[in-house]
Design a protein around this ligand. Structure first.
Ligand SMILES: [Zn+2]
Length: 316
């Protein structure tokens, strides 16, 4: 397993989000990834600095005006400014700060370096991305996400083979689904909290299965509140069955640890040991696998959860 990490993410540190119209502390803090990085170093896992891929891969999934907007508005801000723009946004959970653009670019390079490693023959790569990406749409930021790291890496891989995306974050990856909804060469399969009661509310229902030639190449598995590890694994097996039938050349996993029972913003009931089981099932798919970090907000627990999850991948 190769692991990629960029320190640029620390430049993105908004003071607040707006929850139900009320300012609240920002849950997606730099400490999330710093705590995981420290733990991996303690586990004697080497963290590699990503290569730079430039803007071209980002342009394969995002609108040019949107990319320009994130860059120019972000870079125009003063050090302590925070901007909730009126354009190009889905919700009030992804404000811009001066460091947002360079951090988002670093996250994309982190994801692409992982993709490059598995294209080069490595069985598993883990991209410790921050900010996360799976809620970012073609021309919209939202849900702590700006550029869709997973979708950009999936495009990179799709130029070299069939790609299955497995999204195991607590939240539905509405941005990633949108990017590939009409496509039959990239399969999107997601396990997430029932959007009837959880963010992003407007997508992730089981009836959403793709459109046109993409019909059947999107699959959603919404889960009820307080779903346990055993119930989760049962659904994961069904999801992996869908992936096996697709016969992909690459598996990309959007990994979220906000499915844990003690996550402060979520509502499933997974325990630490469940992440080891989840990883073993993913390993059993026997595919070149790119793991991309998405959510997970219990900063104290994240290092343990990441270390537990990565353990079955370490020998690969
Ligand atoms: Zn999430």
């Amino acid at each position: 397993m190769r692991v990629f990490y960029s320190p640029l993410h620390t430049q993105h540190n908004p003071a607040q989000e707006v929850y139900d119209g009320v300012p609240a502390p920002y849950a997606e803090v730099p400490g999330r990834v710093e705590a995981v990085a420290d733990r991996l170093r303690t586990d004697n896992i080497e963290l590699e600095t990503p290569s730079q891929f430039g803007l071209e891969p980002i342009q394969t999934v995002h609108q040019q005006q949107y990319i320009d907007f994130v860059r120019t508005r972000s870079e125009q801000l003063a050090a302590d400014d925070i901007l909730f723009p009126s354009y190009f946004m889905n919700d009030t959970y992804a404000p811009l700060t001066r460091g947002t653009y360079s951090a988002a670019l670093g996250a994309v390079d982190t994801a692409l370096s992982g993709a490059q490693a598995i294209v080069g023959g490595k069985r598993v790569a883990y991209s410790l991305c921050r900010p996360p990406g799976h809620h970012a749409g073609y021309n919209r930021m939202g849900g702590y996400c700006y550029f869709n790291n997973a979708a950009i890496a999936a495009e990179y891989l799709a130029a070299r083979g069939r790609v299955a995306i497995l999204d195991i974050d607590y939240h539905h990856g509405n941005g990633t689904q949108e990017m590939f909804y009409d496509r039959d060469d990239v399969l999107y399969v997601s396990l997430h909290a029932d959007p009837g009661v959880a963010y992003p509310y407007a997508s992730g229902f089981a009836a959403e299965v793709g459109r046109g030639k993409g019909q059947g190449f999107t699959r959603n598995f919404p889960l009820p509140k307080a779903t346990t590890g055993d119930e989760y694994i049962e659904t994961l097996q069904a999801a992996l069955g869908v992936i096996a039938k697709f016969q992909p050349d690459f598996l990309l996993v959007s990994v979220g640890f906000d499915t844990h029972q003690a996550d402060p913003i979520a509502g499933l009931a997974l325990r630490q040991e469940d992440y080891h089981d989840i990883a073993e099932h993913i390993v059993a798919a026997e595919l070149p696998t790119l793991l991309i970090q998405e959510g997970g907000y219990n900063v104290e627990l994240l290092p343990e959860l990441a270390s537990t999850f990565l353990q079955p991948f370490r020998k690969l």
